[in-house]
Ligand binder design. Structure first.
Ligand SMILES: N[C@@H](CCC(=O)N[C@@H](CS)C(=O)NCC(=O)O)C(=O)O
Length: 208
């Protein structure tokens, strides 16, 4: 099993989190986005959208972090990151959809404008950041409400839903968005628990 990715990429890191939770070391091929290695003919064969991460197994090559994470959870031994019950699985799927539909796109807008553009001499679009933060506030308030019901987003055990939100939340905190992320108590509590996990602090150790 091989992952094509980049250690700084939030989507790659989500996959590494799952592999760490599963205690499964992986061969890692670094794709340098700054050098455009994700747009080479070779990589476009792996993912026609020119993105990372990509998982290569002896049977197939797959892209899309959430699909990869669901596959890894199902395939590998160890902790189960998908709830057993249909009701909790429904909640997990809902949160993973909130992640890909609303959270990641808005978090990316903030991180691009507050971290990456300034780093490369570009100008921050404050209006876009403000608009994205409004959506993010709704998401974190909704998380707070969900976390009134249980310890984690899809029940009292950690699941792929929780993992989906960790890496971009980390980037939002690096982008000085504490007031957006930490407005609500249950989210602060959830974040504290997620950051105690080895899959947060030691995810790069899973690389062989
Ligand atoms: N929906 C995709 C998104 C993948 C994605 O946007 N990856 C970023 C890194 S986190 C990337 O490859 N960026 C390079 C680019 O857009 O050129 C997934 O979850 O795998």
């Amino acid at each position: 099993m091989k992952i094509y990715g980049n250690e700084q990429s939030a989507c790659t890191r989500s996959v590494l989190m799952v592999l760490t939770e599963k205690k499964t070391p992986v061969e890692f091929v670094n794709i340098d986005l700054a050098k455009g290695e994700n747009k080479t003919e070779e990589h476009l064969k792996r993912n026609p959208f020119g993105k990372i991460p990509v998982l290569e197994t002896e049977h197939q090559t797959v892209y899309e972090a959430q699909a990869i994470n669901r596959y890894l959870d199902n395939k590998l031994d160890g902790i189960k990151l998908t709830p057993e019950s249909d009701e909790l699985k429904l909640r997990m799927d809902k949160w993973m959809s909130i992640d890909s539909s609303y959270f990641t796109p808005q978090a990316y807008t903030v991180v691009l404008n507050k971290i990456f553009l300034p780093m490369f001499g570009g100008e921050t679009n404050e209006a876009a950041v403000k608009e994205a933060c409004e959506v993010l506030k709704v998401i974190y308030k909704t998380m707070h409400d969900e976390l009134e019901k249980s310890e984690y987003l899809a029940g009292d055990e950690v699941s792929l839903a929780d993992i989906s939100f960790v890496q971009y939340t980390d980037y939002l905190l690096k982008a000085q968005c504490e007031s957006v992320v930490f407005e609500h108590e249950n989210v602060r509590r959830w974040w504290h628990k997620m950051t105690q996990r080895e899959s947060y602090s030691k995810l790069l150790d899973v690389i062989k």
